[in-house]
Design a protein around this ligand. Sequence first.
Ligand code: SF4
Length: 244
Amino acid sequence: MELYNNIIRRVGELTEGLQAKRFACRPSAAWPDAGAFELVMGRDAAWELGGDGKPAVNFTCVTSSPELVKEDEILTFGPDISALPPSAPFARISLLRVGDIESDEDDTEQAFRAIQNMDFVKYRIFPKGYMIRTSSENHREQVRISREAVKNGISFERIGNSFLNKYKEDDNILAAKVLFITAPNADYAELLKCARQVSKITLGLTKILEGMSTDCTTCQLKPICDEVEGMKELHFGKQKHTTE
Ligand code: SF4
């Protein structure tokens, strides 16, 4: 799975030079989960990540490269929650390593469906006092954090461990990296471009799985395929498999 590799590399370039901190995976450090969506009212909120119209970028990339996603870890770029102003720009990016799914022909379709579902973890995680509001259409993930959660020591390390625990429930995920970016000088516009590109690739995969035509000259996905390394090979590999 190499389709998202260039985007992962781009994320590396965009975070280079930002004030960074790394936390190893510690499952027991996960922030308590409310078990269901919990409303944090504006009057109870200490902070709003992506509030006041500020950037709030979110996307997930999948790769089979151990170089790009070596191990489970949490990375922060910029101030942690307790040091943030009341509204701050924000990005959360998940980079997930999976097995070499393309070589496993029998399970290819199932594996691609699984990849599409990995991003849905954000709909199944409910950290207490950390209200996530997402918009897939705009690639946004805005977060409202309660005063009580701040008082009780919420941090990106703890939220990151909540995400890691959730990802590790999925047998397809061999390693996961969760990035939280709050640095005021981060290039959120470029990160948003990455999010849009991820979306285009995932749309392309969906179409290929739906059994679209194999005539590149008339295909509406041609601009994506021309841009994304491995997309054409993936389609024709899949076609070969389904017609032989
Ligand atoms: S390889 Fe790409 S452009 Fe060609 S038919 Fe498949 S999806 Fe369309």
